[in-house]
Design a protein around this ligand. Structure first.
Ligand code: G1P
Length: 310
């Protein structure tokens, strides 16, 4: 079986309810961090890891995503006529070669495992990556590239892993950790969204996976799991039992949960401060804004203390 990872699945079928009303007519994956939509960060990371086939699992209302990866002849002509070469070059990042992108519809929202399963015919008998665009990872070596390199050594299945606060475990797939070798560790079990009291650790799965096609066989047979959904975590857990070849990878880099408002705002600030053309003005603004915030906060605390002392 081929071991080179050239295909990636991007599950993008969710409603994005946490960002309503914006996501009423814009797919969540098109919300911009500074000036690039979330999906562009995911695509760039995939490209850096050697991915050449991009498979999007979409749903109704996601056509803006398809347009985004298409050429835009009128816009390109207008930019060329006006000598806007830098902008033209920026647009080039978004155009995918003919046949490099495929779209599969998920007709029912039955969970992440089901979304991945919908792409099974486009994967065939080879390992593949899954990237959840909500998880944006800022790293010197892009996260999936770190994992592809490690996967060359370990094979099997690999999930990105990161420690989360113990009271946050119920938002994640959580790993039962076995022996560790550098950033890689063998996974003895995994449980989707456990209650904090039942969590086997606080090492969470982050949205980057390299999976064996055997996972589709497990997804075929799965029943609804946590939250009444077909869980990818449950299918990978079956691989632990049957093949004992699942690894976690503690990636280097900073992960932002752009599926949540605080995470999205943090990513906006972090990426804004990294842009040469913005950093001075933006940093000066942030310093002023923080000073104002502290003043307001101090005044509020003082007022509350006065009320309490009455
Ligand atoms: C999904 C996975 C979960 C993983 C998380 C990472 O959950 O099911 O195992 O820890 O992504 O972001 P979701 O955030 O889609 O609920």
């Amino acid at each position: 079986m081929q071991t080179k990872v050239t295909k990636a699945i991007f599950p993008v079928a969710g409603f994005g309810t946490r960002f309503l009303p914006a996501t009423k007519s814009i797919p969540k994956e098109m919300l911009p961090l500074v000036d690039r939509p979330l999906i562009q960060y995911a695509i760039d990371e995939a490209r850096a890891a050697g991915i050449t086939d991009f498979i999007f699992v979409t749903s109704r209302g996601k056509s803006a995503l398809e347009d985004y990866f298409d050429s835009a002849p009128e816009l390109e002509t207008a930019l060329a006529e006006n000598g806007k070469d830098a902008l033209l070059a920026t647009l080039q990042q978004t155009v995918m070669g003919s046949g490099a992108v495929a779209y599969v519809r998920q007709h029912e929202r039955l969970g992440l495992g089901h979304a991945v399963w919908c792409a099974r015919h486009l994967i065939g008998d080879e390992p593949f990556a899954v990237i959840l665009p909500d998880d944006v990872i800022d790293a010197d070596t892009p996260c999936l590239k770190q994992m592809v390199d490690a996967y060359g050594e370990f094979g099997g299945n690999m999930v990105a892993a990161m420690e989360v606060a113990p009271d946050q475990v119920s938002a994640y797939g959580i790993l039962v950790v076995g022996s560790e070798r550098g950033p890689a560790l063998s996974v003895r079990g995994m449980v989707e969204k456990p209650k904090p009291a039942d969590a086997p650790s606080n090492l969470a799965i982050i949205g980057r996976y390299i999976l064996s096609p055997r996972v589709f066989k497990h997804l075929d047979a799965l029943k609804l799991g946590a939250g009444g959904e077909i869980q990818l975590t449950d299918a990978i857990a079956k691989e632990i039992v049957e093949a004992d070849n699942v690894h976690g990878y503690r990636f280097s880099g900073r992960r932002f949960d752009c599926g949540s408002k605080p995470g999205f705002l943090q990513a906006t600030v972090a990426f804004g401060l990294q842009r040469e053309e913005l950093e001075d003005e933006f940093a000066a603004y942030l310093e002023g804004a923080m000073a104002e915030y502290r003043q307001r906060h101090t005044a509020k605390t003082a007022a509350a203390a006065r009320v309490a002392a009455r």
